[in-house]
Design a protein around this ligand. Structure first.
Ligand code: CTP
Length: 429
């Protein structure tokens, strides 16, 4: 209780109390479990509340939602429910597993053992902590599997030997938690994981679940470390076939994180997708067709695929052009970058720290892409020129001239347009 009072925002404290009071009134037991308690102990904010309810989650969720007036969803076949509380907190409620309930010999401990069985089926000891919320036992911390010990020692430990075989996705979750918290894989867990990697258990996971987990990994602060660890643990060949690990890739991934933070500060309008950037960084040296195939395999949504492939396709050529000794005119830079997503420019910056590259990308993103001539098609029509290919060429030439600062205002643009039309007429004649 002191931890709850000291570390959780007031709103969350009231929510927990409300749940506890409702549990008391409905005469059910309710436990906050998993990541919520883990993060409470680690002093990390966590806004998703996972509850285990004995004996049944759905009727309790319905009662609770009469008070919360949130958005309730129920799944009868799994006995689960979720409530999105106004303000954004998500509460997930599960029924503590019933099948272990009726064991005559364990009757005095029936309730406890059903919570215990529920927690035993989870992935790692640090995720098995529970805290009772029912008012009469509010704040009681339950630690069946030495989760607190492992939190203290910084260990990721599975609860049983078949854990990775039963749910191979846990292999990737183990790496994500290990890197997120700066923990270590406990010795037996590490060898079980290595064994799972060798026997390619990840191939059994559905593409959708795999994609969801990779997306979660790509949203972490420690994404580069997680991806690097995938390579160290021989998991990467299954996830990203064809991608070779090298010092260069390692540095690129770390620079990519810096670029994401940099873009957040300097290019807030770029709406950069961190996952597209990391995937582009991973695939940068793959042949285009292989990268396309991998995007498909990873079930990336189309807008992500476009960003990743734009980088794979254009970054090598862009680098060559930007590094030629002659400096490029603004209009040339504009045409080089025009239409490319911000992610491509950021990968260029991650790839090469030369100030020339940075000056070019910043000049384009911050200035050139916004420049438009004052004179448009309508003005040319008003001058009596007729639409057609020449008309279009003149408009483009005006834009280039404006980019290169050969013309600085409307009058200068109009006089350039007249000159260009006159030249064309003379040439045609
Ligand atoms: N869980 C599991 N095996 C999985 C996925 C989840 O055992 N493959 C369990 C974990 O014990 C976890 C709980 O289900 O604590 C909820 O899952 P999730 O919300 O993904 O975990 P969190 O620990 O809350 O992770 P995060 O901090 O990333 O939200």
């Amino acid at each position: 209780t002191p931890l709850i009072n000291a570390r959780l925002p007031k709103k969350m404290q009231s929510l927990l109390l409300l749940v506890g009071q409702k549990a008391e009134r409905e005469n059910v037991r309710v436990f906050a479990v998993g990541g919520f308690i883990r993060d409470l102990l680690l002093q990390i904010p966590n806004h998703d509340l996972d509850l285990v309810v004995e004996p049944a989650a759905i009727p309790f969720a319905e009662k609770l939602n009469e008070l919360l007036r949130g958005q309730l969803t129920t799944h009868e076949q799994f006995g689960t429910a979720s409530i999105v509380v106004p303000g954004g907190t998500q509460i997930d409620l599960v029924t503590s597993r019933q099948e272990f309930y009726a064991r005559p010999a364990a009757l005095p401990e029936v309730e406890q053992s059903s919570l215990k069985n529920d927690l035993f089926r989870r992935d790692f000891t640090i995720n098995t902590l529970a805290c009772s919320l029912k008012v009469s036992e509010f704040g009681t911390l339950i630690d069946f599997f030495h989760g607190i010990d492992d939190l203290g020692k910084g260990l990721i430990r599975v609860l049983y030997n078949l854990s990775f075989v039963e749910d191979p996705l846990r292999v990737l979750r183990a790496v994500r938690f290990e890197q997120r918290f700066g923990f270590r894989l406990e010795e037996t867990t590490l060898s079980l994981l290595e064994n799972a990697a060798q026997t390619r258990v990840l191939e059994k996971v559905s593409k959708e679940r795999l994609y969801d987990e990779i997306q979660l990994a790509l949203l972490e602060e420690k994404t580069p470390e997680i991806l690097i660890r995938y390579f160290e643990l021989q998991l990467a060949p299954l996830l990203f076939p064809g991608v070779c690990y090298s010092e260069k890739l390692k540095n690129r991934l770390t620079s990519t994180r810096e670029m994401i933070a940099w873009a957040g500060r300097n290019w807030p309008d770029a709406a950069v997708s961190p996952s597209a950037l990391y995937l582009a960084a991973l695939m940068l040296e793959l042949p285009f067709q292989e990268a396309r195939h991998l995007c498909r395999r990873l079930r990336l949504p189309r807008n992500e695929v476009e960003r990743v492939l734009a980088a794979v396709e254009s970054v090598p050529q862009l680098l060559t052009k930007l590094l030629t000794p002659e400096s490029l005119k603004n209009s040339e830079l504009y045409h080089l970058f025009s239409g490319l997503p911000a992610e491509v420019l950021l990968i260029l910056q991650a790839e090469n720290s030369l100030s020339r590259i940075w000056e070019s990308t910043s000049l384009y993103w911050e200035k050139l892409r916004h420049i438009k001539p004052d004179v448009g098609g309508r003005d040319l029509l008003a001058e009596g020129y007729l639409p057609g290919p020449v008309f279009q060429e003149v408009l483009l030439a005006l834009k280039d001239a404006r980019l290169d600062r050969q013309v600085l205002n409307r009058e200068e643009e109009l006089s350039l347009a007249r000159k260009l039309f006159a030249m064309k007429e003379k040439n045609d004649a």
